[in-house]
Design a protein around this ligand. Structure first.
Ligand code: CA
Ligand code: CA
Length: 355
């Protein structure tokens, strides 16, 4: 169920008290599994790319389901494999890649989204494992795009107001990766000029762990398994440096028996929560035939991916100037135009799934 709407700057602390027993986790710091399947590519991917481009042109972007699956025995039936995006290079989410991160000799997994041929946006904490708010010395990251390949980042940039995760704040948790050699042609970069609103139905994309809302994680994070899910924005926390700008978004992982209720589940095979390894992945809203980037997923609160846990991340619109300043990308002023388009898109595509 949705928790109470955000009522002002003081509500954040009440919220923290309410969740005092629910540990907050960055969702990028997971060791890799022992074996990583090689990325696939080739004729099938090119064929699927053509189909996806046709689908985009016709306004029929496939609707797909979540990262954490629903209840194991609830209906509609669901599973982690049901939440996979199998389209590889042809996916409308083909700009969302997995991060293979090495810092101080340890390997981690995360997610990120390409903004342009040379820039990828992710969570700041994916670049900062000693929590000092700065990219770690000797950091090495490859960006893995299913159906395309792996690409090595040349340099790293963390938002200047990021303190290190929870050290003391989780806000401004954004990082940029620069690629000296361009990423492949054909990526569907998300639009950046969208203002996130309470109640928005959002799409979550990432390469993190999956499992069942009934009892938690059952799969590892990977460089190949991109999953896509949905939820509804329940609440914002305002900027902890002052002002009223929405800085952090929150949503809850509703159990299937709340489907149809106000603030309840979007359906057992739709409602989702992010999980370890999804950190840095995008929070998207529909915009026309594509998607706009409205936030970056950075944390969960709760008990290991179960119903009743919370997810959240960084609202992007206050940071577009920073992104533009670092990358040189020209970004239009945010507008609410995408929201109407989102409603139309979701109404049009709700019955379609990848599988
Ligand atoms: Ca650091
Ligand atoms: Ca929810």
């Amino acid at each position: 169920m949705g928790h109470p709407a955000y009522k002002g700057p003081g509500a954040w602390w009440g919220l923290r008290g309410y969740r005092m027993n629910a540990p907050r986790h960055p969702v990028g710091r997971v060791p890799p599994p022992g074996v990583n399947t090689a990325l696939s590519s080739g004729a099938l991917a090119r064929c699927l790319l053509g189909l996806a481009m046709l689908a985009l042109a016709l306004g029929t972007v496939p609707s797909v389901n979540g990262i954490m699956a629903g209840g194991e025995t609830a209906l509609p039936a669901d599973s982690p494999s049901n939440r996979l995006d199998p389209l590889g290079a042809a996916s409308p989410f083909n700009a969302v890649g997995a991060l293979a991160i090495n810092s101080s000799g340890f390997n981690y997994r995360g997610s990120g989204v390409a903004l342009s041929p040379n820039w990828v946006l992710t969570a700041g904490h994916n670049l900062d494992f000693n929590d000092d708010g700065q990219p770690d010395a000797g950091l090495a990251i490859s960006f893995n795009l299913p159906g395309w390949g792996a690409y090595s980042a040349a340099s790293f940039h963390i938002h200047p107001d990021f303190t290190g995760f929870g050290n003391p704040s989780i806000q401004h948790d954004l990082g940029l990766l620069y690629f000296a050699a361009p990423l492949p042609t054909g990526l569907f970069f998300p639009a950046l000029s969208c203002e996130l609103q309470l109640g928005d139905e959002v799409v979550l994309v990432g390469f993190g762990r999956s499992g069942y809302g009934s009892y938690g994680y059952t799969t590892a994070a990977s460089l190949t398994d991109r999953r896509v899910g949905r939820n509804v924005v329940d609440e914002f926390t305002s900027d902890d440096r002052g002002g009223s700008l929405a800085a952090v978004f929150h949503y809850d992982f509703d159990a299937p028996d709340t489907a149809g209720q106000a603030g309840g589940s979007l359906g057992n095979d739709v409602e989702s929560l992010i999980a370890p390894g999804d950190s840095g992945g995008p929070l998207l809203v529909g915009q026309g035939a594509g998607y706009a980037l409205a936030g970056i997923n950075t944390f969960t609160e709760g008990y290991g991916g179960r119903f009743g846990d919370f997810g959240g991340g960084i609202v992007l619109s206050p940071h577009l100037d920073w992104i533009s300043g670092v990358t040189g990308l020209l970004i239009p002023e945010p507008s609410g135009v995408c929201l109407l388009a989102a409603g139309l898109l979701f109404a049009f595509t709700r019955k379609k799934t990848f599988l």
